[in-house]
Ligand binder design. Structure first.
Ligand SMILES: *[C@@H]1O[C@H](CO)[C@@H](O)[C@H](O)[C@H]1NC(C)=O
Ligand SMILES: *[C@@H]1O[C@H](CO)[C@@H](O)[C@H](O)[C@H]1NC(C)=O
Ligand SMILES: CC(=O)N[C@H]1CO[C@H](CO)[C@@H](O)[C@@H]1O
Length: 493
């Protein structure tokens, strides 16, 4: 009693004192110098508050994540190409896959200048081993667990989930995974290696200067394209009883030289797995850099119709939309799109996919009353400057506002490589206000520092947009989308 009585005045005194210190600090700082800092500071504390508003459920959510994984060998892209004698070219060119060093130079140049994320299959194994050997002893290189599925699994385990990870790994790989991750797959001797060529904003290679930090990934996988953990994963899934099933890593099939019919066979097995899972279990599909039109057609047939939720970046969104509208692959889009552009594209993807779902189910007697696929109820797009989500009203996805805030914070944490956000390494690049659409007469929403996540209702869904405190001292961009997507999902299960 006595203690409680005496603590109270001190607490009061303490907060009065800190208020006084804050006021004093404001008094002594010149407004011009500090306005920007204060603004960032308010945005950060408001995002943190939004993130903390909801916790992960007291019981650990159970998430099953497939497929595959690899060991990432991360290097500075420009130093690496210089060391390998891959000379810069004056001919940036898009290639679906890479066969020789010249194509590598052309393809790298194509994505490096705009700063767009890209990932390409190297069909020439000799060249690929030479590149890996060269990267092995490049000063400043790093090894890490890679692949969409293990990164998402790792992030979810860190955020408090129990995870089943589908992938075939070597023993040393499995040893470094979190204790909250159980693996379903085969044991393999040699894991696939992915070469991650990172570059920072303003880096230069020959006559090119990159507009933003990003990475170019080269791989020559032998295991991942076959989803060779699929059977083991399906078996363990029944007992695991997940709350959420996440599918990623399918871009390893892009431009892989499958024998005829092989890819469809693998994807139709995956489709069986997705249809056989209970309708209550949410299914999230994480898009990636796809350039082979046939595989995207297969995804639109075997995978996307079964997903309740999709995650993707600013390159993958216009690509998916273009294919949904029956146009060609879009290999390269604006790496810094406006909010209105992204939201318009999201609305269209949402509308088209849900229309497809309705069309497929318009003759429900034909399917014995069982619905074909699922409606899309969640769409998350991560860009450099902001995070945007569309979530259907009344769907299973909770806490959209907090999830968008968490996704935004995770973007900085990942790219800066630190859980604590250092404002001296952050800046806001989103405009002071944004238009919610390019349609004429659309509303403009100001970015309010104290309530940085803007959410509003349209049609049958809610939209939330959060600014990203863009990291200016890049530690790593690769795996960013996976960390961000996974962090957003965790609060919504
Ligand atoms: C594959 O790479 C090797 C080593 O760089 C090269 O000598 C060879 O010409 C390449 N093969 C093709 C088909 O381009
Ligand atoms: C799509 O690609 C084909 C073949 O490359 C090309 O001939 C056509 O002009 C393209 N269409 C559009 C709309 O870009
Ligand atoms: C750079 C970074 O923070 N990436 C994280 C992404 O998520 C994995 C799995 O949790 C972490 O290990 C990485 O550190």
């Amino acid at each position: 009693m006595m203690e409680g009585g005496s603590r109270l005045p001190w607490t009061k005194y303490g907060s009065v004192l800190s208020l006084f210190v804050v006021l004093l600090a404001i008094w002594f700082r010149s407004p011009q110098d500090t306005a920007l800092d204060d603004r960032l500071d308010t945005v950060l504390s408001s995002l943190l508050r939004a993130e903390r508003k909801v916790g992960v459920n007291n019981a650990r959510p159970r998430v099953a994540v497939g497929f595959g994984g690899c060991v990432d060998l991360i290097v500075d892209g420009v130093s690496f190409l210089n060391k390998m004698g891959v000379s810069h070219t004056d001919q940036p060119l898009h290639h679906d896959y890479l066969e020789n060093a010249e194509q590598l130079a052309q393809s790298f140049a194509y994505f490096f200048a705009p700063g767009a994320a890209a990932e390409r299959f190297m069909i020439n194994e000799t060249l690929f081993s030479e590149l890996v050997e060269g990267a092995r002893d490049l000063p400043g290189n790093r090894w890490s667990v890679g692949g969409n599925a293990p990164v998402m699994a790792g992030r979810m385990a860190t955020e408090g989930c129990d995870v089943l990870l589908g992938g075939s790994f070597s023993t040393d790989f499995t040893e470094v995974l979190s204790q909250h991750i159980a693996v379903a797959g085969k044991m393999i001797e040699e894991p696939d290696i992915h070469l991650i060529l990172e570059y920072s904003s303003g880096a230069s290679w020959g006559t090119y200067t990159s507009r933003r930090a990003n990475r170019y990934i080269i791989h020559s996988d032998a295991h991942n394209p076959y989803l060779d953990s699929l059977e083991e994963f399906a078996e363990k899934l029944e007992d695991f009883k997940p709350d959420l099933l996440v599918v990623g890593g399918l871009q390893m099939m892009d431009n892989f030289p499958f024998n005829s019919g092989e890819r469809e066979a693998v994807l139709s097995q995956l489709a069986d797995l997705l249809t056989s899972s209970s309708p209550q279990i949410g299914i999230h599909f994480e898009m990636a850099s796809f350039v082979e039109e046939n595989i995207v057609d297969d995804l639109l047939h075997y995978v996307i119709p079964h997903a309740d939720s999709l995650g993707m970046n600013e390159q993958e969104l216009p690509n998916l939309l273009s294919l949904l509208k029956g146009s060609n692959i879009t290999v390269l889009s604006d790496p810094n799109p406006r909010v209105a552009t992204v939201l318009d594209q999201m609305r269209e993807v949402y509308r088209i996919l849900n229309q497809r779902y309705k069309d497929a189910n318009s003759h429900s007697e034909a399917n014995n009353g069982k619905s074909k696929g699922k409606p899309l109820t969640r769409l998350h797009v991560h860009t450099l400057a902001f995070q945007a989500m569309i979530v259907t009203h009344g769907s299973q996805w909770k806490n959209t506002m907090s999830a968008t805030a968490k996704a935004s914070l995770t973007a900085n944490r990942h790219v800066c490589g630190s859980n604590d956000i250092d404002l001296s390494k952050a800046r806001l690049i989103m405009d002071d206000s944004f238009s919610i659409s390019h349609r004429e007469g659309s509303q403009r929403i100001p970015l309010q520092e104290t309530r940085p996540v803007s959410c509003w209702d349209e049609d049958d869904y809610q939209i939330c947009v959060a600014p990203v405190l863009v990291c200016t001292e890049v530690y790593q961009t690769a795996g960013g989308g996976d960390n961000i997507s996974a962090a957003g999902l965790v609060l919504q299960i």
